[in-house]
Design a binder for this molecule. Structure first.
Ligand code: SF4
Length: 303
């Protein structure tokens, strides 16, 4: 029996579901019940009624969100050390420090934050709905964290004053993309459409024909007539894009754009986590209660 067969068998026996982020390894995406971005996975986790176990193949903050939204289920992370460095950049103390200076200004936090930080925000957002979330608030100034590139993107789109907290929070993987690499690729593929994730630098965003989250990129690639795409986000997305669009060509804007944290998850680790039901993720209820409110407020807006 192959490892994949063993995982599928175990999944059935334990009534488990596997959710995988778009940045996961191809072999994990292929066995997952659902592959998506932060908002899609959070929604899926929230809607999941049958399964008793959710194996969340991604990084810490996403599994935490699943645990917050599903307090009665067991949420497992295949690798305990799969942590998002950007999420670690915003602490509760930092939020409190900014709130002293802006006591009446709402705090909007990207879902790429730890549960402890979410508990101190008014509403969460993802890269797919950040503009919509900011526009929904009756406030001209907001505190927004932790990604300052996404903050700048939202400021351009909404015309509101977006104060990034911390001042320079960033995703190390998305900062690897450089406009010069896009220029070189554009010489080779002049008719290619450039898709850029808003976690990339503003200079990179300026090279884009389309800016969006990973799921928005997938939708755009499916709908547009373009046949070639230069893609600026973590390399895991290329697998899904090629699978969904076998006749189209996808070129990563920087071939080493790999998130080492996302890639810590392997089939072996996923299997062991499910078999031993280890690396359970839970959030203390007082924190979960507040963080859930911020997440649910975002979902209500969407619906
Ligand atoms: S790609 Fe960036 S934001 Fe996403 S998990 Fe990796 S480090 Fe965090």
């Amino acid at each position: 029996m192959t490892l994949i067969d063993k995982i599928i068998k175990l999944k059935k026996e334990k009534n488990a579901v596997i959710l995988a982020h778009n940045y996961q390894r191809p072999e994990i995406q292929d066995i997952a019940d659902y592959v998506g971005d932060s908002i899609g996975l959070s929604r899926k986790a929230m809607e999941e009624k049958e399964a008793e176990i959710i194996v969340f193949s991604a990084v810490d903050f996403m599994a935490e969100s699943a645990a917050i939204l599903n307090p009665d289920k067991k949420v497992l992370l295949p690798t305990l050390g799969a942590r998002c460095p950007m999420a670690q950049m915003l602490t509760v103390d930092e939020i409190k420090r900014w709130k002293v200076h802006y006591p009446l200004v709402p705090v909007i936090l990207y879902v790429n934050t730890l549960a402890s930080a979410k508990a101190y925000c008014d509403i969460c957002c993802t890269s797919a709905n950040a503009v919509e979330v900011v526009n929904s608030l009756d406030a001209e100034t907001v505190l927004f964290g932790p990604d300052h590139n996404l903050a700048e993107y939202v400021q351009r789109k909404t015309g509101k004053t977006i104060i990034p907290i911390p001042e320079r929070g960033f995703c190390p993987t998305h900062l690897l993309f450089q406009p010069e690499d896009v220029q070189v690729l554009k010489m080779k593929y002049p008719d290619a459409v450039v898709m850029v994730h808003p976690e990339c630098s503003v200079e990179m965003q300026n090279t884009a024909d389309f800016i969006g989250s990973t799921s928005q990129m997938c939708r755009y690639a499916r709908k547009t007539n373009a046949e070639k795409f230069i893609v600026a986000t973590e390399e895991g997305i290329i697998h899904r894009l090629r699978k969904e669009n076998p006749r189209k060509q996808f070129i990563l804007a920087y071939e080493d754009a790999i998130c080492p944290n996302m890639k810590l998850n392997t089939l072996e680790r996923l299997y062991m986590a499910l078999k031993k039901e280890k690396h359970g993720v839970s959030v203390p209820e007082p924190i979960a209660k507040k963080a859930r409110k911020a997440l649910e407020r975002m979902f209500e807006l969407k619906s």
